[in-house]
Design a protein around this ligand. Sequence first.
Ligand SMILES: [Fe+2]
Length: 180
Amino acid sequence: MKESRKFYFCEHCKKVISILEDPGVDTVCCGDVMKELVPHTKEAGNEKHLPVVSLSEKFFLDCEGIVHPMQELEDGKIDVVCELSTDKEAFSRPMQEITKTDLADVAAQEQKVTVDVGSVPHPMTQEHSIQWVYLQTKNGGQRKIFKPGDKPQAVFVMYDDEPVAVFSYCNLHGLWKTEL
Ligand SMILES: [Fe+2]
């Protein structure tokens, strides 16, 4: 398991930060050391906060940049000739002659990650709402910010990467994490 992303909180101004490059020294805000926000990993209380994650099947890009589900290839539905590729050798053959391995070589695979907060949608009112969701991946991460009234759902597309964990942050109930 890759090391979990860390978030820090200022008890005075309520600032939340995460550090891109951590030399291991304390971060001071409003005159005090910022405290690490330790995420909850089990539900508690009436509202549900844990991110519920669903992963799509994998996708591939053809030479025209069009995204196809991998399933289409496996079912033999892709049978067009890709003529626009600059790599004529790879794509001058009908697509059905191009193996899955060839495609993996020429096009990075994409995967969609859908995150709902939580198993019952969390309230999204002015007073109480999910502020953001952070997807930690093997090579980095992505964040989606919400505003009151939004659906507490984030959809991320990963490019040549793997999901590791998803965090959600509630303005009243703090940080929550689902590991993948
Ligand atoms: Fe909450």
